[in-house]
Write a protein that binds this ligand. Structure first.
Ligand SMILES: NC(=O)c1ccc[n+]([C@@H]2O[C@H](COP(=O)([O-])OP(=O)(O)OC[C@H]3O[C@@H](n4cnc5c(N)ncnc54)[C@H](O)[C@@H]3O)[C@@H](O)[C@H]2O)c1
Length: 321
């Protein structure tokens, strides 16, 4: 089997690609390297079953030409679409960012898949599609879906476009609603932000918001494991699953304290005001993963353990940089 991964040079992309190669699959990847980079793919580029093209998926014909080149060796049987804008505040100040990188990447991919007869699509969606429901557990069929960021809005629009494509030409769509995912190579996120801030100002750590924001965290190794499990086991034509830890999450205060302990034990933590880090930040969300558990997948780590494991990895990553 031969698969296409978009956004392959990013955090989740390289972890997913490695897992696919470990299964003996041929992996073809595209990325414009706007947020991912070549060094993330160091372990992949020399693999005999790996091919990469640097393209912007939204440029006319760029994706079609790349896929045609991949097809020369062997037809691509399915696509895993991870390319998106991962910087939520950037999309709040400039909605064009999410229109292009979060939605148009999906639109252009569907167009190319239709032209080339590719009929299976796995999509990295997000908890951001739900909006702010406080401490009500988020279940897959709940509504109304009212995202509070352009990122969430364009993820929801992507889900809708994929659902429509499943009516016309796709045989199968997997929609994974990710929680906050942590691990390496970290390209963004609260822990990377904290570790880098402490490198710049070792004596203090400034936190966006009052630290009370509380969310679930999943380690990327478990995320990849869950995606592959859903891919293999879910029977619905449109298989929509929350993926997450089985708990109420941890606070930003917990993460700040753990980061200080791991990176700069004497640093002083300074909190901001209000329970949001930025406009579009959902201050608290709780996932229901009952559907995933019913399918037979259970997380091994809780949110606190995932954060602690990832923190050690991110501190090591940043020491090397
Ligand atoms: N990491 C998380 O916590 C998290 C949470 C929810 C959803 N997700 C989703 O999972 C996916 C992967 O996230 P990630 O953490 O690896 O982010 P990332 O930023 O590390 O990776 C995304 C990749 O997409 C690429 N990309 C963006 N626009 C592109 C374009 N126009 N053409 C080609 N490539 C483009 C970037 O260069 C980057 O390498 C994304 O769709 C993201 O929205 C991630």
């Amino acid at each position: 089997m031969s698969i296409l991964i978009t956004g392959i040079a990013g955090f989740v992309g390289v972890n997913l690609a490695q897992a696919m190669l470990d299964k003996g699959l041929r992996v073809c990847g595209v990325d414009n390297l706007s947020r991912g980079n070549l060094s993330n793919m160091e372990g992949l580029l020399s693999h005999p079953l790996f091919s990469f093209r640097q393209i912007d998926m939204t440029e006319p014909n760029a994706l079609l030409d790349a896929c045609k080149a991949f097809f020369v060796q062997e037809a691509l049987t399915e696509c895993w679409h991870l390319a998106a804008n991962s910087d939520i505040p950037a999309g709040v100040s400039n909605p064009e960012v999410d229109l292009k990188d979060t939605f148009m990447t999906t639109h252009c991919l569907l167009d190319v898949m239709k032209q080339l007869g590719m009929k299976k699509l796995a999509f990295a969606s997000s908890s951001a599609i739900y909006g702010d429901h406080g401490s009500t557990a988020l279940v897959e069929h709940m509504g109304p879906l009212q995202p509070i960021s352009n990122y969430g809005a364009m993820k929801l629009a992507s889900e809708a476009a994929i659902s429509a494509a499943a009516e016309s030409f796709l045989d199968k769509a997997w929609i994974f609603r990710f929680p906050n995912v942590v691990g390496v190579p970290a390209t963004h996120g609260v822990m990377l932000d904290f570790v880098r801030k402490l490198k710049q100002t070792p004596e203090r750590l400034q936190v966006l918001g009052d630290g009370s924001q509380q969310k679930g965290y999943l380690h990327v190794e478990e995320l990849v494991d869950a995606m592959l499990f859903i891919h293999d086991c879910a029977t619905e034509k449109r298989a929509i699953y929350n993926i997450g830890a089985d708990d109420k999450g941890v606070t930003v205060k917990f993460i700040a304290e753990e980061t200080v302990r791991a990176a700069r034990p004497n640093a002083h933590i300074e909190y901001g005001l209000g329970n949001r880090g930025w406009v579009g930040d959902v201050p608290r969300f709780v996932y229901s993963i009952e559907k995933l558990k019913q399918l037979g997948w259970f997380p091994k780590l809780n949110s606190a353990q995932a954060v602690q494991k990832a923190l050690a990895q991110i501190v090591a990553q940043e020491q090397d940089n």
